[in-house]
Write a protein that binds this ligand. Structure first.
Ligand code: FAD
Ligand code: DHB
Length: 389
């Protein structure tokens, strides 16, 4: 089989790229290791920056997001039993959209299927070949049959544990990493959200986040030790812990109910450089990870797709390789800023096992500065809604 762009990974990055390329008349094939249902079963991000919303529109898949997504003009930061608000609309003139990653991915799959897009599910042993030549190709196996896709370019959209990043030789690749000594225990419950906006809470018992998917579906997280397992946490224990970490006023009105999903995610900051090697381009979690505190994971994946899509369009439609040649540096410039913001928000809101009394005072002072300074709130708002592409 021959295509212009072989895309490894059918998560949000890969699907968005494939749909945008299709709209621009550029052909692609997506190779996904799992099934569509498996990919859609992963409960992940919930907050979309305007940049991603714009890409969804450009890809022609924004109708449901516009009808069902929720516009959030601000967020609440809680500490010391009180909450203050960061007003995105006032400070940036824009907002974020609450619409689940699952829904983004579903809309993209539906669009790819409606237009006959080529997606190979259950693709095993995906291997990248000759990416440092002008004739790269990908081999794989499905249903016991070997296959091969010849292409001009390969987009490595296969997440943190994929094969694409590993294809770049150690001598070329430099990785930067910070692993945090805790995780997030998250639950999804068919209950109304505790507030109209998200609540990010710093508490002596650790971080908590109150989020949502819609008016009757809530998503909550509490910081937990990495040694915990979801099975160890009964629903009652989760609700009790959450209530102890958020302001009393919120705890009193929290509606609890059975969880319909419960999982633990480790927290990590990670960047690999460069994001291009020969004809291979890394996008999204394949190239970088942020701790989830700033809601930047899916959104940084989207900005990579924007830069790569623009570069590929320049290449195919305007015969210019400038865009793809600058892909890595452009993407990384924005990525590092999102890494900084995510690290800052994580540091501000979590309890660290080795935190000294001085560190705690710094955290409190930083929170007070954010509460009292318009400038600090503007800086946070600007980063949270998403820096320009
Ligand atoms: P993935 O979603 O990981 O997709 C990669 C795909 O590649 C997968 O479908 C995988 O099956 C496939 N694959 C892997 N290896 C291979 C292979 N060898 N061959 C073929 N296919 C392969 N981000 C936000 O912006 N906002 C949030 O609020 C937010 N909250 C989060 C909460 C949690 C609990 C977690 C875990 C993450 C959160 N994120 C958030 C991060 C966000 O979910 C990820 O950044 C996003 O999924 C990245 O998309 P991706 O397509 O690059 O990678
Ligand atoms: C959600 C996850 C996040 O990491 C975050 O910062 C905000 C919201 C969520 O799953 O809804």
């Amino acid at each position: 089989m021959r295509t212009q762009v072989a895309i490894i990974g059918g998560g949000p990055s890969g699907l968005l790229l494939s749909q945008l390329l299709h709209k621009a008349g550029i052909d692609s094939v997506v190779l996904e290791r799992k099934t569509r249902d498996y990919v859609l079963g992963r409960i992940r991000a919930g907050v979309l920056e305007q940049g991603l919303v714009g890409l969804m529109r450009e890809a022609g898949v924004a109708d449901r997001m516009e009808a069902e997504g929720f516009i959030h003009d601000g967020t609440l930061i809680a500490a010391n039993n009180e909450a203050f608000r960061i007003d995105f609309a006032k400070h940036t003139g824009t907002h974020v959209t609450v619409y689940g990653q699952t829904e983004v991915t579903r809309d993209l799959y539906d669009a790819r299927e409606a237009t006959g897009g080529s997606i190979l599910f259950n693709a095993e042993d995906v291997t990248i070949h000759d990416v440092d030549t002008d004739h790269p190709y990908v081999t794989y196996r499905t249903d016991g049959q070997d296959g091969r896709v010849d292409c001009d370019f390969i987009a490595g959209c296969d997440g943190f544990h994929g094969v694409s990043r590993q294809t770049i030789p150690d001598t070329v690749r430099k990785e930067y990493e910070k692993v945090y000594p805790f995780g997030w225990l998250g639950i999804l419950s068919e209950t109304p959200p505790v507030d109209d906006e998200l609540i990010y809470a710093n508490s002596p018992r650790g971080f908590a986040l109150c989020s949502m998917r819609n008016a009757s579906l809530s998503r909550y997280y509490v910081q937990c030790p990495l040694t915990d397992t979801p099975e160890q946490w009964s629903d009652d224990a989760f609700w009790e812990e959450l209530k102890r970490r958020i302001p009393e006023e919120a705890a009193d009105k929290l509606v609890t109910g059975p969880s319909i999903e419960k999982s633990i995610a480790p927290l990590r900051s990670f960047v690999t450089e460069p994001m291009r090697w020969g004809r291979l381009f890394l996008c999204g979690d394949a190239a970088h990870i942020v701790p989830p505190t700033g809601a930047k994971g899916l959104n940084t994946a989207a900005s990579d797709i924007h830069y790569l899509f623009e570069g590929l369009k320049d290449y195919y439609l305007d015969k210019s390789s400038a865009g793809i040649d600058h892909y890595s540096e452009r993407a990384l410039l924005r990525i590092w800023k999102a890494e900084r913001f995510s690290w800052w928000m994580t540091t501000l809101l979590h309890r660290f096992p080795d935190q000294t009394e001085f560190d705690l005072k710094m955290q409190q002072a930083e929170l007070a500065f954010l509460r009292d300074s318009d400038t600090a709130q503007k800086a946070m708002a600007e980063n949270y809604v998403g820096l320009p592409y």
